[in-house]
Write a protein that binds this ligand. Sequence first.
Ligand code: NCD
Length: 308
Amino acid sequence: MTNPFYNKNVVSIRDFTRNDLEYLFRVADNINLNSLTDALRNKILGLVFFEPSTRTRLSFEAAMHSLGGTCIGLSESSSSSTEKGENLNDTLVTMNQYVDALVLRHHKDGVARFASEICTKPVINAGSGTEEHPTQAMLDLYTIFKEFDTIDNLNIGIFGDLKYGRTVYSLLYGLSNYNPTVYLISPDLLQLRSDALSDIKENLSVEQHSSLSDVISKLDVIYTTRIQKERFPDLQEYERVKGSYRIDEALLENAKDDLIILHPMPRSEEIPTSLDTTKYAKYFKQIQYGKLIRSALLYLIFTEHPES
Ligand code: NCD
């Protein structure tokens, strides 16, 4: 199979097929081979982050370093000329000239696509508004794949702020390549946006619920997210729903033995730290898978004929 990621933008997970994703998973399985420690020597990755990030940014940096490449970057806006009024176009055009690929996070929908149109180097969307976060979905899917050896026929619960959580949308589009049953569980005010819901229902079997306890006993995976406070247009709406969902020990009494709990992180109250030591908690392992997936993705974007 030719490398479907070579020199490609990663703006939406919808631009990749099941075969593409599984090709990435196979490379991620082997990415720690010693022979690749110099694979990206002389490559420079540009990190342009207009929103906070811990795992996404650090895992891209760690991935790049582990393959022999380097990173340069801008964090939020205070250290760059954006603070002096420079427009996004000029910032991106500048960065595009210094680097071999760009990783971009921005609070507005559509910015990753815009960047991919004005940059001549591959653009990786590291989160665009409420829209998408495709590399998070790649690592979420990889985690499920590694834990169950399959994604088909699983019962996957997505629980929390489904309205504003961009990782949820990318995950659902990614899951559409497979055949799971998806349970969307959220307070009424935080249900999935209706345009996306009808889109997703065309390819996925979906049930909507307002209470996790109604479905907990069926689930193989619970994927939960924090409430996206910063994305609420009206803070009164946020006040009405904050703290309204949470996974606790009592709920888990009815869970399947091999249930896994995933979270893109950062968490707030939806997963108490007391769950961290339970057999269900896989959200720290998910972070490890994230570094593998981002290493594999960078390797493939920069390498036309990768070692298999
Ligand atoms: C997510 C994001 O930025 O959308 N973070 C991440 O990259 N793991 C989730 C979040 O902020 O809640």
